[in-house]
Design a protein around this ligand. Structure first.
Ligand code: NAD
Length: 479
C-alpha cells in the first residue's frame, strides 16, 4: 500500500481534516493506496506558501530557473521505471505506453521549458523620440488542474512553463490518478527546489479544485479536463478576472480520402482510435472515409482491430489496457448501448472483457467499431472518451468538411490524402485548433496547442504558454 501525501511548503503532509480517499488499480480493481482528501484550508496553506516563495522566485534569473527545471527532468529520468510502473498501475494504461510516451514526455516538458526560462524575451517598439519595451512579468501564484488520462504528461505540461516564467504553483492533480504527481513532489524535493515554489494538493474537484479556482490570491488557472468542468471554472473565475487557459473535451474527426496510402493510413487511424484505451482528448473517434474505399478501408480496419490485444497492462504485447475506473467503464458501455439503440451496427467489439488471472476484476472493454450511425445522433456528437469509433462514408471534400464541423467540439482533426492541395484546403476549413495531415499526435512542443468551440479557450505550448503565465506591461520611455 502506498500513501500519497500533499506537498506544501516543501513538506509532505496529510489533509488537515485527516480525510483520505482510496486509490484503485483499474487493471485489478484492487485498492493499492490512499491519498489526502484535501479541503480549502489545505489549498489556502499552499497558496500562502506560494506567496512567500514568490518573493524570491520571481527575482532569480531565467538561467537559475532553468537549472532547477533541468534537475527535475534529471530526477524523473533517474526514477524512470518507478514513474512508468506507477503511471500504468494508477491509470490502467499499458506499461509499454507509459515507458514510451508518458514519462519521456514529462521529462521533455521540463527540459523544453527549462530552455524557455533562459531564452524567454520580449519586444521593443521604437519611436523617433521614445522607446517602448514590453515587460512580461510572472503573475504570482497560479493554479494548475489536470485530468487522469495522461497524469504526469499533462501536469508537467502546465507546471513546467508556470515555473519557468517565474510563478509559484499550486497544482491539483486528478483524484483518480494522484500517484505520479506525488513522485514528482519527491523529485522536486531531491532537486532542492525552494520550499513553496511548487505545492501539490490532492483531493476531489468539487472541494480542493473549486477552492483553488475561487481563491482570491490565485492569479491564473490552467485547466485540462472535461467541458462541463471547464464551464464551472470559467463561471467561477470570470468575476475575479483571472487569466484562464481551458483545454477541454474533443470528438475529433479523422478524414480518409481514397488517394491515401491505405496500409499505413489504417495503421495510424487504429493508433488514433485506440491508443491509451481511446482515453486521449485527441483520439479520432469519428472516422469519415471516402465512399470509393469505404468497404476496403472497413475490412482492413476491422482486420487490424481484431489483432489488438486487450489485457494486463504489464504484459509487453498488450495494446489496450484497462479503463481508468469502474464508473468510466460503465459510462462507455452505456454509450455503446446507446449507439446500438440509435441504429448503429457494431462491426467489432461492444462488450466488456473478462481477462483471466491477475486482472480478473479489472475494467476492460473491447475496441468497438460502429457503422450506420446518423451524424446527428448522440453517439456521434458526445465525447465517449473510450475505445469506441464510428465509420461514416462521404463523397466529396465539401461533405467531409460539413461532417467534420458538425459537432460542438473543435480540438483536433487528422486528414489522410496524398493530394497536398486538397489537404491544405481541408486544413483551412476544418474547425479545430490542431490539424494533422498524414499523421496523428506528432507533437513539436514549440507549436500552439488547444481547441476551439467547446474544446476550450487559449493555447498551450512554446511561447504561448510562457505568455499565458506572464502579465504584459508596456513601458514607454521618452528621451
Ligand atoms: P474532469 O473535468 O472531471 O477533471 C479534471 C480535473 O478537474 C480533475 O483534477 C478534477 O478533480 C478537477 N475538477 C473537477 N471539478 C472541478 C471544479 N468544479 N473546480 C475545479 N476543479 C475541478 O476531467 P477528467 O474526467 O479528469 O478528464 C477527462 C476529460 O479531460 C475529457 O473530457 C478529455 O477530453 C479532457 N482532456 C482534454 C485535454 C486537452 O488537452 N484538451 C487533454 C486531456 C484530457
Amino acid at each position: 500500500m502506498i500513501k500519497v501525501q500533499n506537498y506544501i511548503d516543501g513538506k509532505f503532509c496529510e489533509a488537515q481534516n485527516g480525510k483520505t480517499l482510496d486509490i484503485v488499480e483499474p487493471a485489478t480493481g484492487n485498492i493499492f493506496g490512499t491519498m489526502p482528501d484535501s479541503g480549502s484550508e489545505d489549498v489556502d496553506r499552499a497558496v500562502q506558501a506560494g506567496k512567500r516563495a514568490f518573493k524570491e522566485w520571481k527575482n532569480i534569473s531565467g538561467e537559475k530557473r532553468m537549472d532547477y527545471l533541468m534537475k527535475i527532468a534529471e530526477g524523473i529520468e533517474r526514477h524512470f521505471e518507478e514513474f512508468a510502473k506507477m503511471e500504468s498501475q494508477d491509470t490502467g494504461k499499458p506499461l509499454s505506453l507509459a515507458r514510451k510516451v508518458d514519462i519521456p514526455r514529462a521529462i521533455a516538458n521540463f527540459r523544453f521549458f527549462a530552455g524557455a526560462a533562459w531564452h524567454f524575451s520580449s519586444e521593443s517598439h521604437s519611436m523617433p523620440e521614445a522607446v517602448n519595451f514590453t515587460l512580461r512579468q510572472p503573475l504570482g501564484v497560479v493554479g494548475c488542474i489536470s485530468p487522469w488520462n495522461l497524469p504526469i504528461y499533462l501536469l508537467s505540461w502546465k507546471v513546467a512553463p508556470a515555473l519557468a516564467a517565474g510563478n509559484c504553483v499550486v497544482a491539483k492533480p486528478s483524484e483518480v490518478t494522484p500517484c505520479t504527481a506525488w513522485l514528482l513532489a519527491r523529485v522536486c524535493d531531491e532537486a532542492g527546489l525552494p520550499h513553496g515554489v511548487l505545492n501539490i494538493v490532492h483531493g476531489v474537484g468539487n472541494e480542493a479544485g473549486r477552492s483553488l479556482v475561487e481563491h482570491p490570491d490565485i492569479k491564473a488557472i490552467s485547466f485540462t479536463g472535461g467541458t462541463a468542468t471547464g464551464k464551472q471554472i470559467a463561471a467561477a473565475a470570470a468575476p475575479m478576472f483571472k487569466k484562464l487557459s481551458l483545454e477541454l473535451g474533443g470528438k475529433n474527426p479523422t478524414i480518409v480520402f481514397a488517394d491515401c496510402d491505405l496500409d499505413s493510413t489504417v495503421d495510424e487511424v487504429i493508433r488514433a482510435s485506440f491508443t491509451n484505451q481511446g482515453e486521449i482528448c485527441l483520439c479520432g473517434s469519428r472516422i469519415f472515409i471516402e465512399e470509393k474505399i469505404f468497404e476496403q478501408f472497413k475490412e482492413a480496419f476491422i482486420y487490424k482491430t481484431r489483432q489488438l490485444k486487450v489485457g494486463d497492462p504489464l504484459e509487453n504485447d498488450t495494446h489496450i489496457g484497462a479503463i481508468v475506473s469502474a464508473q468510466h467503464q460503465q459510462k462507455i458501455l452505456h454509450y455503446i448501448q446507446l449507439g446500438a439503440q440509435e441504429g448503429g451496427r457494431i462491426l467489432f467489439g461492444g462488450k466488456k472483457i473478462n481477462v483471466i488471472g491477475r486482472c480478473a476484476s479489472g475494467y476492460f472493454i473491447e475496441p468497438t467499431v460502429f457503422e450506420g450511425l446518423s451524424p446527428e445522433c448522440r453517439t456521434m456528437q458526445e465525447e465517449i472518451f473510450g475505445p469506441v469509433v464510428t465509420l461514416t462514408p462521404f463523397t466529396n471534400e465539401q461533405e467531409a468538411i460539413e461532417l467534420a464541423n458538425n459537432c460542438s467540439y473543435g480540438l483536433s482533426c487528422s486528414i489522410w490524402t496524398k493530394n497536398l492541395q486538397r489537404a491544405m484546403y481541408m486544413a483551412n476549413h476544418i474547425e479545430a485548433g490542431v490539424v494533422w495531415i498524414n499523421c496523428w499526435l506528432l507533437r513539436d512542443l514549440r507549436t500552439p496547442f488547444g481547441g476551439v468551440k467547446q474544446s476550450g479557450v487559449g493555447r498551450e505550448g512554446g511561447w504561448e504558454a510562457m505568455r499565458f503565465f506572464t502579465e504584459t506591461k508596456n513601458v514607454c520611455m521618452k528621451y
